[in-house]
Design a protein around this ligand. Structure first.
Ligand SMILES: Cc1cc2nc3c(=O)[nH]c(=O)nc-3n(C[C@H](O)[C@H](O)[C@H](O)COP(=O)(O)OP(=O)(O)OC[C@H]3O[C@@H](n4cnc5c(N)ncnc54)[C@H](O)[C@@H]3O)c2cc1C
Length: 600
């Protein structure tokens, strides 16, 4: 089995050589940090990942979450308690949270690198911590002073846990159909919440003394649809004025899901107000709840890309190690069966699988770190123009981070199993669990189909194409830089050709906006070709840095040559499909639209 979960050298390459995160230290917000504190955070995260999170990975899956329908109480596996305690002790709940809230105020770029490592080790476990952190950020951003004082520090310290409760049985992708209600309690500051939320991650457990649920619900006079949804903070237990835990708040657990993967995660059905006594507190203004929640969800979508890529990274490291140890067959040119067998890494077809995994995980990590870096720039830049441009880029890249990230991470994990052969199919090895865990990343946080519609239907056209144009500008800049490096010529030409193809296809599609059904029927193939361009751009950018290091006589030749090989491989193979997709879209294929239900 591999003793590596991620490639730490690659993380440092992206942070320091590509994104040059030390530049963030000039800002007042991050001035208390240094390259040393960044490195310490990464090393300490890796230690936590290796020593606490990874040892709990399979045991949590095997033990599963226990729900007792008699007491309606939920217990998580014992090993999860160790991860929670170590996360509390090390301050891993609030790595990017404000110091004034008890956090460590690291830049988001470093925070995402830390998350990547922890998800690689044990994604189900990290979700308990990440969900808590998300709830803390939401309250810090939109809560009033009393709410902030009540919740944020406790969540940041891991004393209380947090969730996000949007989904209902009839309202999954379609949040406009949320039915949970909130009625103002007479002469009191709270509302009475009634309704059922399903599939709530970390929805109930025995890790913390209280669980804080941000809940979407409707006021009685609310307009229908998304414009009538408000956001309420609903704790599992109420508390006394001194902050100590008080009465049960009538948040009753209806059950926990028995799932394909993430079996150590308590995905719960929650009945709010089963006995008519569930108190919730309105956050921000009425009917603006979905807009507030989207702040959390945009971060959570990028986080989903991070967790998918983290799991794929661990699977890749396992496959790589295994391929060096597993002896099977001989070189095609070796006809003598008495000669010893060779390690499977020497078979070109196995190397194809490994290169695909390397390109997917490293290309995605580069994009996710870039997206995190945009959030840092939005936070610290004094220029309104720069902030707006960074926000535009972040908007258009979010569906790529989430949807393409989870799709190729799944494919990458499939390839890792293929490298293991029959042993990959066995639950004796962790690869099978990684694949089971991976599947949900294309489903939650807005399914990948919904992400594709968000990209084509909203992000590409928003602000008269401002986000799209900003991205084209960034890609063109990298192409121009790469033009100065002769060994990158072929790769650069291919990325430039794909950029032209994506621009042409986007313009072509715009003519179809009059037939919106047909336009949207191309959303998923469009997301795919768009993402292939984005990942190629990131890999070309990395190649520029790698080529310069090689030209400068670096002693780490293998590392940089590996970067170039992964980039070339992706551009020669995956990016080539972008042109095919463009041709298919151009043919005006409308079978999916015209096909009748009865024909299926
Ligand atoms: C393990 C797990 C954890 C989760 N955690 C949380 C959580 O913490 N909080 C929370 O609130 N929710 C959570 N969810 C719920 C999750 O967000 C939903 O499952 C998801 O949004 C999809 O909703 P649905 O399951 O009702 O599927 P549906 O909405 O019924 O979708 C079914 C299929 O139809 C497609 N579809 C639906 N509508 C459209 C459309 N308009 N156009 C095109 N295609 C469409 C979808 O893409 C999908 O392929 C979790 C789910 C799981 C499985």
């Amino acid at each position: 089995m591999s003793d590596k979960l991620v490639n730490l050298r690659d993380i440092r390459f992206v942070l320091y050589e590509v994104l040059k995160v030390e530049g963030l230290l000039d800002s007042e917000r991050y001035s208390m940090h240094s390259r040393e504190t960044f490195d310490m955070a990464i090393d300490a995260a890796y230690k936590l990942a290796r020593e606490v999170c990874w040892p709990a990975y399979t045991s949590m899956d095997k033990a599963g979450v226990k729900y007792d329908p008699r007491t309606r109480k939920t217990e998580v596996p014992e090993s999860m308690h160790r991860v929670w305690a170590a996360s509390k002790e090390g301050g891993w709940f609030g790595i990017t949270s404000e110091c004034e809230h008890g956090g460590q105020q690291f830049p988001g770029t470093v925070g995402r690198a830390v998350e990547f490592i922890l998800h690689a080790a044990n994604t189900a476990a990290r979700m308990y911590v990440g969900g808590t952190n998300g709830a803390a950020h939401l309250i810090a951003a939109f809560g009033d002073e009393k709410m902030k004082a009540t919740y944020v520090e406790k969540l940041t310290a891991g004393e209380w846990a947090g969730t996000m409760a949007l989904t209902e049985p009839q309202a999954g992708s379609s949040l406009s159909d949320v039915k949970t209600t909130a009625i103002k309690a007479k002469d009191r500051d709270h509302y009475l919440i009634t309704g059922t939320k399903s599939f709530i991650s970390s929805g109930d457990h025995d890790l913390a003394e209280n669980i804080v649920h941000p809940v979407l619900a409707r006021l009685p006079d609310a307009p229908p649809g998304v414009k009538g949804i408000s956001l309420f903070i609903v704790p599992k237990y109420r508390f006394r004025p001194d902050g100590s835990i008080g009465e049960f708040n009538d948040v009753v657990t209806g059950g926990v899901e028995h799932k394909l993967g993430l079996r150590g995660q308590a995905t719960a059905t929650l009945n709010f107000g089963e006995n008519g006594d569930c108190h919730g507190w309105l956050m921000g203004e009425p009917n603006k709840g979905l807009a507030y929640m989207f702040q959390l969800m945009n971060g959570a979508r990028i986080a989903t890309g991070v967790q998918a890529t983290g799991v794929a990274s661990n699977a890749y490291q396992h496959a790589l190690q295994y391929s060096k140890e597993r002896l099977q067959g001989r070189a095609i040119t070796e006809k003598d069966p008495t000669k010893p067998q060779i390690a499977i890494v020497n078979h070109p077809d196995v190397r194809r699988m490994l290169l695909t995994q390397k390109a997917y995980t490293e290309g995605m990590f580069a994009l996710l770190a870039y997206a995190a870096n945009l959030t840092d720039r939005i936070r610290i830049s004094s220029s309104a123009e720069e902030r707006e441009r960074a926000q535009d880029l972040l908007e258009i890249l979010t569906p790529v981070c989430k949807a393409y990230g989870s799709d190729i991470s799944f494919q990458s994990t499939v390839l890792a199993i293929q490298v293991y052969g029959g042993y990959g199919f066995s639950e004796e090895f962790p690869l099978a669990q990684m694949l089971r865990d991976q599947k949900v990343f294309s489903i939650y946080e807005g399914t990948n189909n919904i992400q594709a519609m968000d990209l084509l239907g909203r992000k590409v056209v928003m602000k008269h194409g401002a986000s799209f144009k900003a991205l084209v500008g960034e890609i063109a800049k990298t192409i121009e830089e790469a033009r100065g490096l002769a060994p990158l010529k072929e790769m650069t030409d291919k990325v430039e050709a794909a950029l032209r193809t994506v621009i042409d296809t986007t313009q072509q599609l715009a003519k179809l906006l009059v037939e919106i059904d047909l336009y949207m029927s191309y959303a998923s193939p469009y997301l795919q070709m768009f993402s292939q361009l984005v990942i190629s751009w990131q890999l070309l950018w990395e190649s520029v840095v790698a080529q310069k290091a090689l030209d400068g006589g670096s002693s780490e030749r293998d590392f940089y040559l590996g970067k170039l090989a992964a980039a070339q491989f992706y551009v020669n193979n995956d990016l080539a499909y972008a042109h095919t997709t463009a041709r298919i879209i151009k043919t005006g294929d409308r079978v999916a639209l015209d096909c009748q239900e009865a024909w299926l």
